[in-house]
Unconditional design. Sequence first.
Length: 474
Amino acid sequence: CFTNSLLLLMSRNNELFDRACKTIPGGVNSPVRAFRSVGGVPRFIQRAQGPYVWDAEGTQYIDYVGSWGPAILGHAHPEVIEAVQKAAVNGLSFGAPSEGEIEIAEAIAARLPSIEKVRLVSSGTEATMSAIRLARGYTSRTKIIKFEGCYHGHADSLLVKAGSGMLTFGNPTSAGVPQEFVQHTIVLDFNQPEAVKAAFAEQGNDIACIIVEPIAGNMNLVKPDPGFLETLRELCTQHGALLIFDEVMTGFRVGAQGVQGLTGVTPDITTLAKVIGGGMPVGAFGGRADIMDCVAPLGPVYQAGTLSGNPVAVAAGLVTLKLLSEPGFYDKLEQQTRKLTQGLCEHAQAAGVPFSADCVGGMFGLYFRDTVPHSFDEVSSCNINHFKQFFHGMLDQGIYFAPSAFEAGFVSSTHTDEVIEQTLAAAKKVFARCNSGRRRHNRRYLDFHACAVLDKCSNLNGGHGREIPAEHRA
Ligand code: KE4
């Protein structure tokens, strides 16, 4: 009877997934959660606390997804929960201004000198969609530049893959996006400044903005090469275009002032979300006052939102930003993240598994290849089959990494030495089981690779990156 009850328990996630698929497309409310590129059954999370989540079968996992970035203080931080509870009893949303919105606007502007004014929205997609409309309205230009592998949410003009040729006009990566909606989107390669110079040389007068993840986190973690962001800044200034830093993921995650604080490169507009909501739905776009004053009701660029700045979400964000301001917070956070990545590299090396890792602040990238990638193409050469083995091996050991080889991972301030050591002990066992040594990409690997990249590109997954040739589709 024990075996039967365990089997019964083990199927709880399966049972919920089967049920979910009957009324929710793919059984999930965001495609990456469906485990499509790693296989297996998604874990239905019942509760989370600190560095842990528990699934529907009561299994505990050390969590390195952290709700894709927001849970920087660990899950259910008592002060954040208390702030939400206190706000909620006063009403959930008013559809009218409230003092908390002023406080969080002031808190964001105090932390990011490039932001003089900020408008709150309810997601990262809303933030980037609005920022692009603002850049087009401010410059009266139509073309935008984005980079292959960078994801900025699922607004139509951003669901784009590189076309062919040098000035690669976009082609949609999602059904339902007409070519006309992406014809003004130029898609270039991240860390290729010459291509950006060429685009401006050809069309500088028509380019409204560049939007970039200043440290990419949606093709796995890929840092800018020295000088890349500076070149984007110079070109935008020279040609009267706006530089948009999409810091939805990196904002207050990689450091107290995001990437702009780490690099000293100042964007004209910054988009934010994730951490500034502390797990509640908050996004924002902000920048110089002369730019932001173009936004309705002051200016001609329309933008609105029923729940924008709602008091409960703002309460969570305000306490989160306050707690992140504790002295030494980011030094300690990066120290723990580095312990994880260095330990994983040591164990992979000992097991003969081609592996590398990188990190910045509380964000990290794991790569099943010998060296840290600097481009989407290099990321795409990672051994997906090894990743899948690692992902499931760690999941079986109670460690929950992002269910995709093309996502960054996240450490919180609750990932103590003990938690990191437990993770590394599990990894030592799992790496030992991975196929050691080099193996050429065979059809099986390509299938996994194709599946993973397709997932990133397909409309099922929000069109994160490059489409792959049909012959490689899983
Ligand atoms: P949302 O609309 O999902 O709140 O934010 C879109 C977005 C915009 N910009 C950047 C740099 C982002 O990373 C995101 C969303 N990130 C993904 C994780 N890679 C969210 C996870 C998901 O799609 O479910």
